[in-house]
Ligand binder design. Structure first.
Ligand code: MN
Ligand code: MN
Length: 477
């Protein structure tokens, strides 16, 4: 080392937001979390997130792309559970766009299609369930759950159900077995098998009509209550989508209130930061079109009409071309994706003080050090990964650094410890440059996921810097 050359110029160290960020930014981070918490309480399912987001976009002067022309701010909703929104730029879309793509479904417990039964031994009316996504079943028992979803009646009427969120509303419980009697049923089994999926039945109700002679009086009583409240019958369940989600509210966490605890932060934290990054983007005449995409079904493999594998996002870009008066040929559409830059906005695993051994600290995300960038995802020898190339990764780091964003790189866990994927590879398959960037979470997929307000805010700033940049060159002319 030459004399006078400081060691800090040669080495890399990530920065702690609370130590190094300006006081104004720290204050902004605390304030940003307030509305975020409210959002988590109002948007607990993909349908609710779409509805909440549409109302929010309308407030920010966005219009439905199928409506009146002339607006530069447009959105499109598909089947009520996936959506995309954009601020149009002056450049043709075939020269590429900047997109932040997240998902808005979260692990939960669904009611089965024919759920209601009267349990013989307990004489209670119960509901059979089928879990959705990667849950640890033991977390969902003996905890207050709320019932969210839709029932379509035979006359086509849609009933929205949202029960268990208000103080005066009942919650729903899947009771766990008492420890006194769990020796054979649970303690002799491994944690994954201790609670069988067939034992995740909800205790729904227990009252019966006075002096009822009915054999299944509790079930009948439950149906009567449902009919009085919602006008539905047992048959209406067959087509319904009813989810059980944690009934509690998102809260500040920690003695310093530096964290947010709440359900469904995977991945609504990235959806919210992307949305607000777009709506607060202060560009009067952007060159590149900015797109935010909320996909569905990520937790179960991104398949189907509303998952990231669906044609929807390509159709949205094609609609944008038409809206802008560009030729929306299939060649132009392919070019648009190949010339585009996409952040796959999904959460990653931050180091948990109780289980540091599943991470390799030098290459893992830690709280309070900013947005987590995963150059690649996947498992084992990088199987099924999207691997952002060095050129694009370097550009992303430059954009974040120039914007004063706190960032860090991190893999999801130690090599061979496990792993996971995001929708990154699906969009990369269309030829776009894609990299994973999102918030590090503790207790991911649990009922009460934990994030740092520093990372929440840094992610918002990072997405905004990315969406508004015009420094990303297209791959083909
Ligand atoms: Mn996710
Ligand atoms: Mn997930």
């Amino acid at each position: 080392m030459k004399k006078g050359q400081s060691k800090t110029k040669l080495t890399y160290e990530r920065k702690n937001f609370w130590k190094d960020a300006p006081a104004t930014e720290q204050k902004a981070a605390i304030e940003y979390a307030v509305e975020y918490r409210n959002y988590l309480n109002q948007a607990k399912t993909e349908r609710e997130t779409v509805a909440w987001t549409e109302a929010y976009l309308k407030k920010h002067k966005f219009t439905d792309i199928k409506g009146r022309k002339g607006s530069k701010k447009v959105y499109s909703i598909f089947r009520g559970r996936t959506m995309a929104m954009a601020i149009l730029g002056t450049d043709p879309l075939s020269q590429g766009f900047n997109m932040v793509a997240s998902h808005i479904d979260s692990p939960r417990i669904d009611l089965k299609q024919n759920p209601l039964y009267q349990d013989g031994p307990s004489e209670m009316a119960c509901m059979r369930t089928h879990y959705y996504g990667g849950i640890k079943k033991y977390q969902w028992v003996s905890t207050p759950l709320a019932l969210h979803g839709v029932v379509i009646k035979s006359d086509g009427n849609k009933i929205n159900i949202h029960l268990g969120e208000e103080e005066n509303e009942p919650v729903f419980i899947i009771p766990d077995l008492l420890p006194h009697l769990a020796r054979k049923e649970q303690y002799s089994k491994n944690i994954n098998e201790a609670i069988d999926a067939s034992k995740l039945n909800l205790v729904f109700s227990g009252m019966v009509e006075p002096s009822s002679e009915e054999k299944e009086a509790a079930k009948l009583f439950a149906l009567e209550v449902l009919n009085k409240t919602y006008g539905i019958t047992e048959k209406d369940f067959l087509s319904a989508e009813l989810y059980l989600v944690p009934a509690f509210k998102a809260r500040d966490a920690g003695i310093d209130s530096s964290m947010v605890a709440g359900y469904g932060q995977d991945d609504r934290i990235c959806a919210y930061t992307a949305l607000t990054a777009l709506t607060n983007a202060n560009l009067t005449n952007p060159e590149r079109t900015m797109i935010v995409y909320f996909s569905d079904k990520e937790e179960v493999g991104s398949q189907g009409a509303t998952g990231a594998n669906s044609i929807f996002i390509q159709d949205f870009v094609s609609d944008l071309m038409e809206y802008k008066g560009e030729e929306n040929t299939s060649t132009n559409l392919r070019k648009a994706f190949i010339n585009s830059h996409i952040i796959s906005a999904d959460v990653t695993a931050a180091i948990d003080p109780n289980y540091p051994n599943v991470h390799e600290k030098q290459n893992a995300v830690i709280f309070n050090h900013g947005i987590g960038i995963a150059k690649f995802t996947g498992s084992g020898g990088k199987y099924s990964c999207n691997d952002a190339n060095a050129e694009f990764t370097a550009k992303i780091l430059k954009i974040f650094t120039e914007a004063g964003v706190f960032w860090q790189l991190g893999e999801l866990g130690k090599v061979d410890e496990g792993g996971g994927g995001t929708i990154a590879y699906i969009l990369a398959n269309l030829g776009a440059e894609v990299i994973d960037c999102g918030v590090g979470i503790m207790g991911m997929h649990s009922l009460y996921e934990l994030c740092s307000k520093a990372d929440l805010y840094s992610t918002y700033k990072a997405y905004q810097a990315f969406l508004t940049t015009n420094k990303l060159e297209r791959s083909i002319p």
